[in-house]
Design a protein around this ligand. Sequence first.
Ligand SMILES: Cc1cc2nc3c(=O)[nH]c(=O)nc-3n(C[C@H](O)[C@H](O)[C@H](O)COP(=O)(O)OP(=O)(O)OC[C@H]3O[C@@H](n4cnc5c(N)ncnc54)[C@H](O)[C@@H]3O)c2cc1C
Length: 437
Amino acid sequence: MSIESIEQELASSGIEVISNPALVEKLSLDYYHFSPILKEQLENKKADLVVKPKNEAQVLQVAKLCVKHKIPLTIRGSGTGNYGQCIPLEGGIVLDTTNLNKIISLESGLARVEAGIKMIALDREAQKIGWELRMVPSTYHSATLGGFIGGGSVGAGSITYGLIKDPGNVLALRLISMEDEPKVLELRGQDINKVMHAYGTNGIITELEVALAPAYAWLEVIVVFTDFMQAAKFGQAISDADGIVKKLVTILGDPIASDYFHALEPYLAKGCSCALLIIAPTAIEATKEIVKEYQGQISYRKSEPAKLLEFTWNHTTLLARSIDPGITYLQAFYYDLEKVEHLYRKFQPEVMMHLEFIRLNGRAIPTGIPLVRYSTAERLNQIIEYHQAHGASIANPHTYIIEEGGTIEPEQLILKQKLDPYGLLNPGKMRAWSQKV
Ligand SMILES: Cc1cc2nc3c(=O)[nH]c(=O)nc-3n(C[C@H](O)[C@H](O)[C@H](O)COP(=O)(O)OP(=O)(O)OC[C@H]3O[C@@H](n4cnc5c(N)ncnc54)[C@H](O)[C@@H]3O)c2cc1C
C-alpha cells in the first residue's frame, strides 16, 4: 500500500496527519547530535508520516492500521531524548503523543494523566493543590511524562525519590498493543518495569498514574569553591543530611560553570567549581553551616523556581556544546567520592567533572554527566573502559540500542513478544528482539 493511501486512510478517520517533508524530518529527530557517534549513524533517518492522535480511540486506529499493513511505528513525546530513542530507523509512522495531554484525575499525592502531557503542565496544576512531580528531567519545560517514562530515568528530585523506575514512583501504565486486534491493558506494581525505559518498543502508553511529592516554595542556591574535591565533598555532605529537604545537588568542576554558563557570570569566579542547589527555604540555616565547613561561599540565593534547573543534568552539556560543539558527554554512576577523585585526577582537563547526587537504594551517591573533549571514537571508548575497570558504571549515551546504554529485563522481551509480535514498535532499538528474529 502506498504512503499516500495510508495518509488518506488516516485522514479519513479524522486523525491529524503531517506529511510536509520538512516537518516530518523535524519530528523524526531528537537530541542524538549530542553524540558525534550517533550523529553519523542517525542524521538521515526519518519517518514517512507523522500522526497526532487526540484520544485513545485514535491511537487504537493507528495501531490497527500499522499492524494491518506491517508499517513500523515509533512513538514520540517531545523528542528531547538524547540517544535517538524516538528516531525511526526503518521509516514508517511516528506517533506524536502531544495531543494526548489531559489530566484525568489529580488528588492528594496522586495524578492520573494522558501520556503526552508536558511535565510542566502537570506540575503547575498539582502545585495548586500543594503537590508536584517527584522528579523531573532538566527538559521539564518541554518533555512529556510518557517520554520520561519511555526514555528518561532521573532528574531534579532524584536526590530524594531515586530513579523514576523505583517502586512507588509510577503506579500504573495503560498500554495499547500491536497485535492483529490491538488491545488496551493496564499494568500495575512490578509489571510496570516491563515498559519503563523500553523506548516504546513493547507498547504504546496512553495513560499513567504517578505518585506526587509535597510542593515547596523552593530556594535556589549557588555555592562556589576554589577546589573541585571540596565541592564534591560538600555535595556528599548535603546529600547525606537527612533533615535538609532538597531537590537538587549538582556539583560542577572547574571550568564548566565559569566557561559555559554566561548567564550566571555575576555569581561565579573564573575557574571556580560550584554547587547548584534547590532546597526548602527552612533548610538554609543548616545548609550555610555545611557550606562553612567545606569552605564554600554562597554567591546566589533566590526563590525563583526552575531557574537553576536548566544549568544542570544534561542542560550542562547543552550549554557547553553551544559554546564548544566539540564537547560530548558520558553518563556515569561513581557510587563514592574515591572513584570521583581518581577519575577526576586521571582525566582532567580532557574530562570535566559534572556530578549529580541521587538516592540509590537508600544511599546518596554521586552520579554524573561529565563533559568530554571529544577526539576520536576509540579514545571515547578507552575512557569508558577505564571508568568501568575502576568501578564506575557507564550508561553509554553513544548508542541507540537499549541494552548497550543500560539493561533490559527478560520480561521486557517477553512482553514485546506478546504485545508486538510483528516487531513493528521502534524497530532496531531492542537487541534482544533483533537477535531473536
Ligand atoms: C538538554 C537535555 C537535558 C536532559 N536532561 C535529562 C534529565 O535530567 N534526566 C533524564 O532522565 N533525561 C534527560 N534528558 C533526556 C530527555 O529530555 C528526557 O528523558 C525526557 O523526559 C524525554 O521526554 P520526551 O517527551 O522528549 O520523550 P521522547 O524523546 O519523545 O521519547 C523518549 C522515548 O520514550 C518513548 N516514548 C515516548 N512516549 C511514549 C509513550 N507514550 N509510550 C511508550 N513510549 C514512549 C519514545 O519512543 C522514545 O524512545 C535530557 C535531554 C536533553 C536534550
